[in-house]
Design a protein around this ligand. Structure first.
Ligand SMILES: [Zn+2]
Length: 178
């Protein structure tokens, strides 16, 4: 048995001390009530909002990645579908509605290197309805072309999904032009 990671030392059922079982599928066992608790990634959603072949990014005012450009999105609420979550996050951060075209993919990422939080993000391609402005947890917004993306972009999966967004945007436009 090993020490549980910080934040996981106590059982969430009874408050007893936990122990870490570090086997193929690491989990906690409570030394009082004997219940097991497994680690999971946290579901998130984000929107790649593209207009005239430029993607909307927002500048973060919170850690992690404070001051980095970011894809608008965030953690899902308990009973929230990722599509609804993506729409809500964009509305909270930049005050606009979006039309979602499709799911680009689902990406596993580490939220903060200092904590054991992993995210599982549903990434949607969308178009904006209205003009975005910085609101919650954001102090700037911008549309960026694929050629002039900012250097500092938050989260490891961001560049991959931004590339996918442009590729899918181009494919959808080709289909429309036929
Ligand atoms: Zn317990």
């Amino acid at each position: 048995m090993d020490e549980p990671p910080f934040g996981f030392q106590y059982c969430r059922y009874c408050g007893g001390k936990t122990e870490l079982v570090a086997d193929v599928s690491p989990h906690l066992i409570c030394t009082s009530c004997d219940k097991s608790d497994y680690f999971n990634s946290k579901p998130c959603a984000e929107a790649l909002v593209v207009r005239q072949r430029e993607v909307l990014l927002v500048k973060r005012t919170i850690e992690p990645y404070h001051g980095y450009w970011d894809i608008p999105g965030g953690f899902l609420e308990l009973t929230e579908h990722p599509k609804i979550g993506a729409i809500r996050e964009v509305s909270e951060e930049v005050g606009i509605d979006i039309n979602i075209h499709c799911l680009l993919g689902v990406f596993l990422d580490q939220y903060d290197s200092g904590e054991m939080i992993y995210t599982l993000t549903h990434s949607y391609l969308a178009e904006p309805v209205g003009q975005p402005r910085p609101l919650s947890e954001v102090d700037a917004v911008g549309f960026f072309s694929q050629e002039v993306l900012p250097d500092k972009i938050a989260f490891s999966h961001a560049r991959e999904v931004i590339d996918m967004a442009f590729k899918t945007y181009d494919e959808l436009n080709r289909l429309e032009d036929r």
